[in-house]
Design a protein around this ligand. Structure first.
Ligand code: BJW
Length: 253
């Protein structure tokens, strides 16, 4: 008997579903030791508000500060390992004809866990691009300057993530919207559901008739609207859900 009861009706719908989409946020990586975006920061960065650092204006004002914040976050993610929640999503990917994993996270932990069909809506912490040309930069000469400079134009490099006021990568956003409106079951996992356009996706899925499931220890603005609200940590609930729906039959991929 699992600790986390999964509604029998949800288990039944999952056994017959063919198209499933999942939206994840920072909460799925919390049990790997990666701080969520809106929880208070610790140590050196305790006096900074992430919402004020993740903007082009902050970078223009103080590029060194912003670059160093991302370097610090890269270090934390390098020390982290995917957790039981990430691994349960890998298992789920093998169970459906179509499975799209849409993530707002920039930590790359879904790929490290072994998921394949991933849409990274907010970029990736481990890539850089030129702030002037907005083009990806693979490598740059080691030097003392922080941030380093673009080897093509000499402009400043920045992390290849999506800051407030910036457009999301068009093809990933379109693919995410398509997955949301064609899914029979849509999961919103570990996200505060505050940041748009990602926060629209579960509503798009609901409007198209999907069963929408939220997994979060805290209520969010989405909670009153979902079909099933599973209140708790993703690293506990997702493995319990996989065990309850598919038993101990092992990997299906
Ligand atoms: C657990 C758990 C466990 C804990 N298990 N759960 C419509 C209305 C209002 C505003 C807008 C709108 N449309 C656009 C906007 C503006 C803006 C926006 O949304 N603002 C709102 C904040 C009001 N959006 C944008 O600017 C976007 N761009 C855009 O719309 O372009 C078009 C445009 C351009 C110009 C003008 C107008 C329009 C871009 C948004 C980019 C967001 N980028 C960031 C930073 C990425 C890089 C980085 O990481 O540094 O993305 S912000 C930050 O928030 C990050 C996250 O991906 C994102 C979402 O956060 P998330 O993942 O939900 O984390 P938390 O911390 O908020 O929540 C964690 C949750 O986990 C909590 O609920 C916990 O309870 C839970 N949890 N432990 C399960 N164990």
């Amino acid at each position: 008997m699992s600790e986390t009861p999964i509604p029998a009706e949800l288990a039944a719908r999952l056994r017959t579903a063919r198209r499933v989409a999942v939206l994840t946020g920072a909460g799925i990586s919390a049990e790997s030791g990666v701080p969520t975006f809106r929880e208070a920061q610790t140590g050196l960065w305790a006096r900074y508000n992430p919402e004020e650092l993740a903007t082009p204006e902050a970078f223009r004002r103080n590029p060194k500060l912003v670059w160093e914040w991302y370097t610090w976050r890269q270090e934390r993610v390098r020390q982290a390992e995917p957790n039981a929640g990430h691994l349960a999503l890998v298992e789920m990917e093998g169970r459906f004809a179509e499975f799209t994993l849409i993530t707002q996270n920039v930590d790359g932990l879904h790929r490290r866990a072994g998921s394949h069909n991933i849409l990274e809506l907010h970029g990736n912490l481990f890539r850089a691009k030129c702030f002037s040309e907005d083009r990806p930069v693979e490598s740059w000469p080691d030097g003392a300057e922080i941030p380093p400079r673009c080897p093509r134009c000499g402009g400043l490099l920045r992390p290849d993530v999506v800051w407030f006021g910036e457009m999301l990568p068009t093809s990933s956003l379109r693919a995410a919207e398509h997955a949301a409106v064609t899914a029979e079951i849509f999961f919103s996992i570990g996200t505060s559901a505050l940041v748009y356009p990602a926060a629209d996706l579960p509503f798009n899925a609901l409007a198209a008739g999907a069963t929408v499931v939220e997994i979060n220890p805290q209520p969010t603005p989405l909670s009153p609207h979902v079909t099933f609200s599973l209140n708790g940590a993703a690293g506990k609930i997702l493995p319990a859900l996989v065990a309850q729906v598919w038993g101990d039959a092992g990997s299906h991929s």
